[in-house]
Write a protein that binds this ligand. Structure first.
Ligand code: 9MG
Length: 279
């Protein structure tokens, strides 16, 4: 499988890591540490050296209960960092945003992938992605970040998330975005209880039937806190276990904070998976 980007492709026959670069003072797991542009650039450089193919730059936290930020604030946090990464480093930059104005400026600054937890539902978002020929990650969530964890309900979480993603793929294709520019993501922790998350991880291979590469974000998520009683800084082991399970089930891209450990774990998992397919 490949992912088309503006002017090049990303080969997904081997699973890839998307490194998280949060430029938000309130980010749930690395709050405030990477807001300064020099520090952000150094962190991006480290993640690339550790094997990340994509750096996901975000200027607004999506953790449950997080406050929203203005367009200007999000632009001022993200655009200078994207410009410096594109100038000084060699990687694919992804912009983590739901706002079409931020998508537009980020793509103009060199971002090739739009990571939208709102699946391009904002007015004008599909048009921006199409105009820049950007790749897009369409993620599922139920509700808004501020309230999404209050009482999420599904009768069959996997089928409902699958149906939503199928509809968003169809909407993008109808607007002219080619299918091979699209990634899908079931949105672990976004309007899902811990049992919902476990169901999705256990049945992750069902999302592959949608015919788009699968991205998962499980790194340091609160379900590990709920299940194992671990604070955010002590969730490396279950994050790696979850990444391994996801790649064993066919995930193509893993979004992660701890890049070196995730790269090693998923490379090994991929080798085992391929050995199982070779026979
Ligand atoms: C921004 N962000 C936080 N968690 C995420 C996840 O699980 N997937 C994607 N695509 N983005 C995420």
């Amino acid at each position: 499988m490949i992912l088309k980007l503006p002017g090049r492709t990303l080969d997904l026959h081997e699973p890839q890591v998307m490194g998280v670069l949060n430029l938000t003072p309130d980010s749930f797991s690395d709050g405030g540490r990477y807001v300064d542009a020099d520090t952000a650039l150094a962190q991006a450089r480290t993640m690339i050296a550790e094997g990340a193919a994509i750096i996901d730059v975000g200027g607004e936290s999506s953790r449950p209960g997080a406050a929203s930020v203005s367009i200007d604030e999000e632009l001022s946090r993200t655009i200078p960092v994207i410009e410096r990464i594109k100038r000084e480093l060699d990687c694919i930059v992804s912009i983590d945003t739901c706002k079409p104005a931020v998508m537009d400026a980020a793509c103009a600054a060199g971002a090739e992938l739009i990571n939208d937890i709102h699946a391009l539902l904002a007015e004008g978002a599909i048009e921006v992605a199409h105009r820049h020929a950007a790749a897009v990650c369409l993620m599922h969530k139920q509700g808004a970040p501020r309230t999404m964890q209050s009482d999420p309900q599904y009768s069959d979480v996997v089928s409902e998330v699958q149906a939503f993603l199928a509809a968003r793929i169809a909407a993008c294709e109808a607007a002219g975005i080619e299918r091979d520019r699209l990634l899908i993501d079931p949105g672990f922790g976004f309007g899902k209880t811990m049992p919902h998350n476990l169901q999705m991880l256990a049945h992750l291979d069902r999302f592959l039937t949608l015919g788009a590469p699968l991205l998962v974000g499980l790194s340091r998520k609160s379900m590990f806190g709920q299940l194992l009683g671990l604070p955010v800084g002590e969730r490396l082991a279950p994050s790696i276990a979850a990444a391994v399970l996801a790649v064993r089930s066919g995930a193509h891209i893993v979004r992660a904070h701890d890049v070196a450990a995730t790269v090693a774990a998923i490379r090994f998992t991929s080798a085992v998976r391929q050995a199982g397919q070779a026979r």
